[in-house]
Design a protein. Sequence first.
Length: 119
Amino acid sequence: QVQLVESGGGLVQAGGSLRLSCAASGSIFKINDMGWYRQAPGKQRELVAAISSGGIPNYTDSVKGRFTISRDNAKNTVDLQMNSLKPEDTAVYYCYADTPTGIHYLRRWGQGTQVTVSS
């Protein structure tokens, strides 16, 4: 089994910063993409940032220039540095990791961590 454990959420004022971390553990042979989704109350879950196994990042437009995703393949971790936070960034943030299962990849999820940005 593969488990993802997140940390680093909390309450911050607008303009502040937070760093989210996610560590994957268990029977891991390889991880393909890793990343972060978020879900605000009453809204659909949206992809915030993703990073390939080769370190190529991808961001949703609303966080470009403010968020930075990084990963450590040796430690099976993915981090999300969030700067210049806005109230609209308030959401539960979920990390994920795509692990191979046969010829397909299975998306594993963390339990979620709350990020609240006050105005």
